[in-house]
Structure formats: structure tokens, C-alpha cells
Design a binder for this molecule. Structure first.
Ligand SMILES: Nc1nc2c(ncn2[C@@H]2O[C@H](COP(=O)(O)OP(=O)(O)O)[C@@H](O)[C@H]2O)c(=O)[nH]1
Ligand SMILES: [Mg+2]
Length: 234
């Protein structure tokens, strides 16, 4: 059997993604033979688990049940899931089809050359004005602070779609666990803040940033505070 992507784990944090998750993992499995998927679920109240377990009969997908964990959040989910990965490379993506599965292949290839590969949205469609302002404002603050402190930056500081060498995120998860804003949602920001200065970074652009397929987004003002925590934590 073709296992071309056998050295890649895709981590998908989920919270109530029953309408999307089956399609996301189905697409990934189709496109990337041998890939392993970890769905890090924070206690979905819908049929997310059922969807994933049904798919696991055909697809190499693990349902990581974080229902009983003390700290919930996208960051905690990704950090903990990284420690379960048994591959050299990891890609993190959303479970709502907002991150194009087509990009994962080039991210994976670039990880042989770079430590971190960041999916960068070059066109944001269909967003409400307040969301654009909040998001852009936060991004500018983070970018400026990171630049001033000599930390790595990217055109999309708020990206939730990235690839990383497993050793890097696992190292941070083990040695600098407290540096992560675990209840937060910007795990990439924490990683960039804590990464070694010499870390190599590359960007891949994508333009099709659609509204989520089903369900609703969890953006709140609280998210802004978490971004500031991720930006300014020592
Ligand atoms: N594990 C976990 N996943 C979450 C949590 N909140 C959101 N997610 C997932 O993280 C991804 C991005 O969330 P979403 O609400 O779409 O954020 P947005 O795209 O920035 O609006 C989706 O796959 C969600 O299901 C959470 O608290 N824990
Ligand atoms: Mg989304």
C-alpha cells in the first residue's frame, strides 16, 4: 500500500464539528495516503465523536477525547495531541473546512527544508467588518511586538493552519508547557514566541478562506485577551 504521507500527522482540534469533520478527514485520507490524523476534541456535545469513530473504520484517525481534561482550549488540545504523534512532521488545521486540504501536501514537502510552514490567508472573504478590525488590530499588535523583540514573524500571525517539525512542538510541550496560553486559541503565536531564534520559517499562501461549512465560530472578545496573553507572556 502507498504510504507516501506515513511520516505526517494532521492534528485537528474540534468542538462541535459534526457537520464538517467527516468531510475534512475523508478528503485528507483521499489526498494523502498513509497520513495519520488526530482529532483533539474538547467535549463536543454533538455527533463529532460518532462521525470520527465511524470514519476510523476506514481511515487512520484517532479520536483524542479531552472531555475530562482540566483545561480546555484549542491550544491545550494541539499541544497535548502533539505528544501523541508518532511522526516527524505535524500539520495543524481546523475541522470546519476553512483550511484547504489541498495545501497540506506542499506544507509537508516544505517541512523537509523548514522548521515551520505557515498557511497565510491572502484574501479574507465574507467577514463582518468588526471581525476584520479586531483580527487585523490584534495581528498588527502581535507582529509589532514580536518584531521589536527579535522573534519570528509572519504575514498571518493569527494563522491556525501550519506545519511544524514534531520535535519542536514536542520540545516546547515538554519543557515550556507553562509558556503556552493553554486555554487560548493562538497556538502558533505561542510557538513563535518561544521558538529558538534560529528557527526557519516559510509561508504558503491560500486565498479561499470561506465561511465555515456548518455550525458557528467561537470568536468572542475573550479571544482578543488571549491573543494579548500570547503576545506578551514572558
Ligand atoms: N479542541 C478544541 N477545538 C476547538 C475549540 N474551539 C474551537 N475549536 C475548533 O478549532 C477550530 C477553529 O475554530 P473556529 O470556531 O472555526 O474558529 P475561527 O475559524 O477562528 O472562527 C475548529 O475546528 C473548531 O472546532 C476548543 O475549545 N477546543
Ligand atoms: Mg473556523
Amino acid at each position: 500500500m502507498n504510504k507516501r504521507y506515513g511520516n505526517l500527522t494532521i492534528i485537528i482540534p474540534t468542538l462541535n464539528e459534526q457537520g464538517n469533520i467527516g468531510r475534512v478527514i475523508g478528503r485528507l485520507d483521499e489526498m494523502y495516503p498513509g497520513v495519520r490524523i488526530i482529532v483533539a476534541d474538547d467535549g463536543s456535545m454533538d455527533n463529532t465523536e460518532k462521525e470520527v469513530r465511524a470514519a476510523s473504520k476506514r481511515i487512520d484517525v484517532t479520536f483524542f477525547d479531552r472531555r475530562k481534561m482540566r483545561v480546555h482550549g484549542l491550544t491545550a488540545s494541539v499541544v497535548d495531541a502533539s505528544l501523541l504523534a508518532r511522526t516527524d512532521y505535524i500539520v495543524v488545521m481546523d475541522g470546519d473546512m476553512q483550511h484547504p486540504p489541498e495545501l497540506v501536501g506542499s506544507m509537508y514537502r516544505k517541512l523537509s527544508e523548514y522548521d515551520i510552514v505557515i498557511g497565510v490567508r491572502i484574501e479574507v472573504k465574507n467577514w463582518g467588518l468588526h471581525r476584520i478590525i479586531l483580527s487585523k488590530g490584534m495581528a498588527i499588535i502581535s507582529y509589532t511586538v514580536f518584531r521589536a523583540r527579535g522573534k519570528p514573524v509572519t504575514r498571518d500571525m493569527m494563522s491556525g493552519f501550519f506545519g511544524i517539525r514534531a520535535g519542536i512542538i514536542k520540545g516546547l510541550a515538554r519543557r515550556r508547557r507553562k509558556g503556552f496560553v493553554m486555554h487560548g486559541y493562538k497556538v502558533l503565536l505561542d510557538i513563535l514566541r518561544m521558538a529558538d531564534p534560529g528557527v526557519s520559517i516559510c509561508e504558503v499562501e491560500y486565498s479561499t478562506f470561506h465561511r465555515r461549512l456548518y455550525g458557528r465560530s467561537k470568536l468572542k472578545i475573550r479571544r482578543m485577551i488571549e491573543v494579548l496573553e500570547s503576545t506578551f507572556r514572558g
